[in-house]
Design a protein around this ligand. Structure first.
Ligand code: NAI
Ligand code: MG
Length: 372
């Protein structure tokens, strides 16, 4: 079988880190005989410069067809003053919306060599490997009614205005993201912790009931627990190793995944995936991307850390191509390079290390793949 991949490097450091992913793809093709059918296109400011829109219709159509999309980053100062409708991030939003990518995966994995970069003590984060699954297409960021209104009839209200958002979840929206979490848990530690605030929110009660329903009817073999999200925030910082997969709504997931990211260190290390409904081949629609942006402050200088994008490709290997062993191998190569003290600028701590450029980091990872 061939594995189709659409690469969208985007802007700023996006193309720089993607060049390093290409080296990894070439290595797997040459050394493991895995056939990737790779195509490349424009997104963000780069697409705007050529087409006048941040994502061309043909690119969107292509994204719907492939097994996986790998995106670098979009945006930059040159595009900051564009009209809202053609801003670079609209390209990203269009992909997420039209592919209906409702499950956002944010792993928090602590590589031993970088444990001292964590905001927490080494003892607490050593060996950390958790996955937060955030519902991405519904909840309070999208619920209606919403708006800012005058509240003139209420003399008690100083300022006379009211701001409204609605937390709204359907059972179907909860069930599909719960299924995604259980499926992922089966490929990992077989444990899911669901977080909401069922003590104070109706949507939280529904969330808890529906996640339990999916568990009891479809995944009884996976261990399920429930936790209030505020306690979850505390537990993430106190003893993060107790978790395997965490599933939560859009708002709580936004906050908890950013907190979890700081358990592991640099922005240059963090991968992500967004998954949608299963396609004809049974695999989910999927887009993979580093958490970081286009980093205009270091773009074009060979300073960017390509690891976040390379680890995003590792997630594609695992979740879109069912190449779990190859994903493990790639993560082990990253671990080895870090253990050897190889460091891009963002990873350079007080203990020093061997400073490398973006390109050298990619070369080292490929060398490690061959050595493992
Ligand atoms: P950013 O993530 O681009 O950069 C924040 C800081 O982290 C910068 O100092 C940068 O140099 C550093 N950094 C980021 N990635 C790095 C890497 N791989 N290696 C080494 N250092 C790295 O966020 P910022 O500065 O807020 O936004 C810059 C531009 O990126 C804006 O136009 C923003 O809209 C866009 N952006 C795009 C995202 C996306 O494409 N998904 C996400 C976040 C921001
Ligand atoms: Mg956030």
């Amino acid at each position: 079988t061939t594995h189709s991949l659409l690469i969208l490097p985007g802007d700023g450091i996006g193309p720089e880190v993607m060049t390093e992913v290409r080296k990894v793809i070439d290595w797997f093709q040459t050394n493991k005989g895995i056939q990737f059918d790779v195509s490349e296109d424009l997104v963000g400011g780069a697409a705007y410069d050529k087409h006048g829109v941040p994502l061309a219709d043909e690119t969107m159509a292509k994204a719907q067809e492939v097994d996986a999309v790998l995106l670098g980053a979009v945006g930059g100062p040159a595009y900051d003053n564009l009209d809202f409708s053609v801003k670079p991030e609209r390209g990203l939003l269009r992909l997420r919306k039209e592919m209906d990518l409702f499950a956002n995966l944010r792993p928090a994995q602590c590589f031993d060599a970088l444990a001292d970069f964590s905001s927490l003590k080494r003892e607490i984060v050593a060996g950390l490997d958790i996955l937060i699954v955030r519902e991405l297409t519904s909840g309070v960021y999208f619920g209606e009614p919403r708006g800012i209104h005058s509240d003139d009839n209420n003399p008690q209200n100083e300022g006379g205005r009211v701001g409204i958002n609605t937390q709204r979840y359907t059972s179907g929206e909860i069930r599909r993201v719960a299924r995604a979490a259980f499926e992922l848990a089966k490929k990992r530690g077989n444990r899911v912790c669901s977080m909401e605030k069922a003590n104070v929110m109706e949507s939280g009660i529904l969330w808890r009931e529906e996640v339990q329903w999916v568990h009891d009817n479809e995944y009884p073999e996976v261990e399920l627990s429930h936790m209030y999200a505020d306690n979850g925030a505390m537990q993430l910082v106190r003893r993060p190793n107790q978790f395997d997969v965490i599933v939560t709504d859009n708002l709580f997931g936004d906050i908890l995944s950013d907190a979890a990211a700081m358990l592991t260190g640099s922005l240059g290390m963090l991968p992500s995936a967004s998954l949608g409904a299963p396609m004809a081949n049974g695999r989910p629609k999927a887009m993979y991307e580093p958490v970081h942006g286009s980093a205009p402050d270091i773009a074009g200088q060979g300073k960017a850390n390509p690891i976040a994008c390379i680890l995003s490709f590792a997630m594609a290997l695992r979740y879109s191509y069912d190449l779990g062993a190859e994903a493990d191998l790639l993560e082990a190569a990253v671990e080895k390079v870090l253990a050897d003290g190889v460091r891009t600028g963002d990873l350079m701590g007080p203990e020093g290390g061997t400073p490398v450029t973006t390109s050298q980091m990619g070369d080292k990872i490929v060398e490690a793949l061959s050595a493992l």
